[in-house]
Design a protein around this ligand. Structure first.
Ligand SMILES: CC(=O)[C@@H](O)[C@H](O)COP(=O)(O)O
Ligand SMILES: NCC(=O)COP(=O)(O)O
Length: 248
C-alpha cells in the first residue's frame, strides 16, 4: 500500500450506546465495541458526546481515553461545556459538529464561514492541549475556504446528502460534490476526511476518491454487527474501503 491509496477507518460507537440508553442497562457496552473494533482493524474510535446525552455519556469518554490503543476522535458541539470537557479529556482529535436537540441525527455541516472568529478561537484553544481539530462541514467551497482561513488542520465532509440520494443521477451529483470538495480541501492544505450515513453499499466510491484520508462510520457497522458480530462488521467495512482505495 502506498501513501496515495492509504485510507483510515474511524469506527463510531455512538449507536451501541443508543441501545444501552434505550433501557438504561449496563449493556451493550460501547467500550467493548471500541476494543473489538480496534482488534478488527479500526484506526480510531469516534464518539459524539451530545448535549442531550442521548447515547454516549461522559464516563464512556473518560474510560475510553484510558483504554484505547488507537486514538479517540471526540465529536462535539462548539460550546463552553464541551470545550472545557475536551480540555479535561485531551483527545488526540476532536471534530466540531453542529447540533440541535430536535434532530434525529446530524443534519448539516457546521457553518464555519458564518462564525469564523468563534470557531477559530475554539480551534486554537484545543490546539493548545495538542488536540487536532477537524470541522464537520458540507462540501462547499466557502466552508472549505473558511476552514483553511481559521487554521483548522482538517475537515470532515458531510456525506449525508450522498447517502440519502434517491436516484442514480442525484447520487452521482452528490459524489461529484464530495470529490470536488476533497480536491479543493487538499489544495487549501487541509486533511480531508468524510462521514455520515456511509454503509456497505455506498462506501466504495467515497473511499476511492484520491486524497481521502479517513472515513468515520458508525450506524451501518453497529447495525451489521447484530448479524455478524462487531469484529466481522468492522473487518468487512475496512476491506471494502481498502479495496476501493487501492484502485485509486
Ligand atoms: C457528526 C456525526 O455524523 C456523528 O455524530 C453521527 O451523526 C452520530 O450519530 P447521531 O447523529 O445519531 O448522534
Ligand atoms: N462523523 C460521522 C460519524 O461519526 C458516523 O456517522 P454514521 O455512520 O453513524 O452516520
Amino acid at each position: 500500500m502506498t501513501e496515495a491509496n492509504r485510507i483510515l477507518l474511524g469506527v463510531n460507537i455512538d449507536h451501541v450506546a443508543t441501545l444501552r440508553q434505550a433501557r438504561g442497562t449496563r449493556y451493550p457496552d460501547p467500550l467493548k465495541a471500541a476494543l473489538d473494533a480496534e482488534e478488527a482493524g479500526a484506526d480510531g474510535i469516534t464518539v459524539h458526546l451530545r448535549e442531550d446525552r442521548r447515547h454516549i455519556q461522559e464516563r464512556d469518554v473518560r474510560v475510553l481515553k484510558e483504554v484505547l490503543q488507537t486514538r479517540m476522535n471526540f465529536e462535539m458541539g462548539v460550546t463552553e461545556e464541551m470545550l472545557a470537557f475536551a480540555e479535561l479529556i485531551r483527545p488526540a482529535h476532536a471534530c466540531f459538529v453542529p447540533e440541535t436537540r430536535q434532530e434525529l441525527t446530524t443534519e448539516g455541516g457546521l457553518d464555519v464561514a458564518g462564525q469564523e472568529a468563534r470557531i477559530r478561537a475554539a480551534v486554537e484553544r484545543l490546539a493548545r492541549i495538542g488536540c487536532e481539530v477537524s470541522l464537520f462541514i458540507d462540501a462547499e467551497p466557502q466552508q472549505i475556504e473558511a476552514a483553511a482561513r481559521i487554521g483548522a488542520p482538517a475537515v470532515e465532509l458531510h456525506t449525508g446528502r450522498y447517502a440519502d440520494a434517491h436516484t442514480p443521477a442525484e447520487t452521482a451529483r452528490e459524489l461529484a460534490r464530495i470529490r470536488d470538495g476533497v480536491e479543493y480541501g487538499l489544495s487549501h492544505g487541509l486533511i480531508v476526511n468524510a462521514g455520515h450515513g456511509l454503509h456497505y453499499h455506498n462506501v466504495e466510491p467515497v473511499a476511492a476518491i484520491p486524497g481521502m484520508h479517513e472515513l468515520n462510520i458508525g450506524h451501518a457497522i453497529v447495525a451489521h454487527a447484530l448479524f455478524v458480530g462487531f469484529k466481522a462488521a468492522v473487518q468487512e467495512m475496512k476491506l471494502l474501503m481498502v479495496g476501493a482505495a487501492s484502485r485509486r
